[in-house]
Design a protein around this ligand. Structure first.
Ligand code: ZN
Length: 384
């Protein structure tokens, strides 16, 4: 029944099927089995034509009262509501139905491009679904099963407007529950191994950030946080690129990444501490909401506990910030090329204070009462 059309006056099994579907949708009274007679007696009468027109109007089809291929496809798919069956893309037989249309509408509402809402699970729908799954931290298998249904259900009730980046992070912030304990945090010494970074005023960037990293790591361990370093502190440790270190953070499914650097400048006057988060200034101005919030917290704590000059926070698109799937910040703790900053950083007490400031900022970030949520997203209850 894919190429034929059925209209007023037709008889036969196909018409019987059409009547069944319309009855199932409540558009025709259902007939008791004993009065139905042979399928060949089923008639496309005025009642059927009227019911077909109502159905077509409901679905935005041309209301001609004729069941052609597209009306048939919608009629046949109308028995499915989202969640009734697992949806997936099949190249040879594409699933279709109201559940597919509902999925497409939700994807579009959430800002994921899946083409037209046509009720057919094609390649575009698969791509949009995978994008959603990636943003929710789910396996991007393009399969709409129980896990994805549950996430969709929570999101569709709670999210206004399509801002997938924010959804991802709001989910992320809570994906291991509130509080610092139990979190996974990646600490990234920005230089190490053969890469020594800035060398000035008797200090080497790689050594300063390795020391800072181990001070932060020790504090995190004491707080019940699982801390990973992206490289060893040894001088002969293998040198990993920024992208490789970002991939590492993704692989361990970190909650947050903290990259550590010191700065250097041709001018000996450049000085101070600055913290960076992922974001662009041009175009749509995408940025990491949690990254920015944490950058603000860290910057504030370091500046208030030390006499380092406040170089403020800013959005950038460096690989360690952009390629990581979780919020990430990079802290540039002072300029080694600045005599005063170098003298400060040479003092282990200052490095200890910076580590303390990072920990306090983390506690604030993960404090259950701290409201860092963007106003458009009402947080769903955590799944696990
Ligand atoms: Zn550096």
């Amino acid at each position: 029944m894919t190429s034929t059309s059925y209209r007023l006056g037709d008889h036969g099994p196909a018409v019987a099927q059409i009547r069944d579907h319309l009855a199932l949708l409540g558009l025709l009274p259902s007939e008791p089995t004993e009065r139905r007679g042979s399928q060949w007696d089923a008639t496309f009468d005025d009642d059927v034509a009227a019911a077909v027109r109502t159905f077509q109007q409901q679905r935005g089809l041309i209301a001609d009262g004729i069941v052609g291929p597209s009306t048939w496809r919608r009629l046949d798919g109308a028995r499915w509501t989202l969640g009734d069956r697992v949806l997936r893309y099949g190249a040879r037989h594409m699933q279709h139905g109201d559940d597919v249309a509902a999925l497409q509408k939700r994807l579009l509402d959430l800002g994921f491009d899946c083409g037209r809402i046509d009720g057919i699970f094609g390649p575009d729908t698969e791509r949009g679904l995978q994008e959603l799954q990636r943003n929710l931290g789910l396996p991007a298998d393009g399969l709409c099963g129980p896990v994805t249904f549950r996430s969709l259900d929570r999101l569709s009730r709670t999210v206004v407007g399509g801002e997938p980046h924010r959804i991802r992070e709001a989910e992320r912030l809570h994906h291991r529950g509130p509080g610092l304990a139990g979190k996974v945090i990646v600490i990234d010494p920005g230089h190490g191994g053969a890469d020594r970074g800035v060398c000035a005023n008797g200090l080497v960037e790689a050594d300063v950030v390795a020391d800072l990293a181990s001070r932060i790591e020790g504090r995190l361990g004491a707080m019940g946080v699982t801390a990973f370093l992206t490289r060893g502190s040894q001088r002969d440790a293998p040198t990993a690129s920024e992208i490789e270190r970002a991939v590492f953070a993704n692989e361990v499914d970190a909650d947050l990444v903290i990259s550590l650097h010191t700065d250097g400048h041709n001018s000996e006057h450049a000085q101070g501490v600055a913290t960076y988060y992922y974001g662009t200034h041009s175009g749509e101005g995408v940025h990491s909401v949690i990254g920015e919030a944490f950058a603000e917290l860290v910057q504030r704590e370091i500046v208030s506990r030390t006499d380092l000059v406040d170089g403020r926070t800013d959005a950038t698109t460096w690989d360690i910030l952009q390629r990581t799937r979780m919020p990430a910040v990079r802290i540039d703790v002072g300029y080694l090329t600045h005599e005063g900053d170098a003298a400060r950083l040479a003092d282990p007490a200052l490095r200890d204070t910076v580590a303390e400031a990072v920990l306090v900022a983390l506690q604030q970030l993960y404090q259950p009462t701290t409201d860092l949520r963007p106003t458009v997203v009402q947080l769903p209850t955590p799944v696990s």
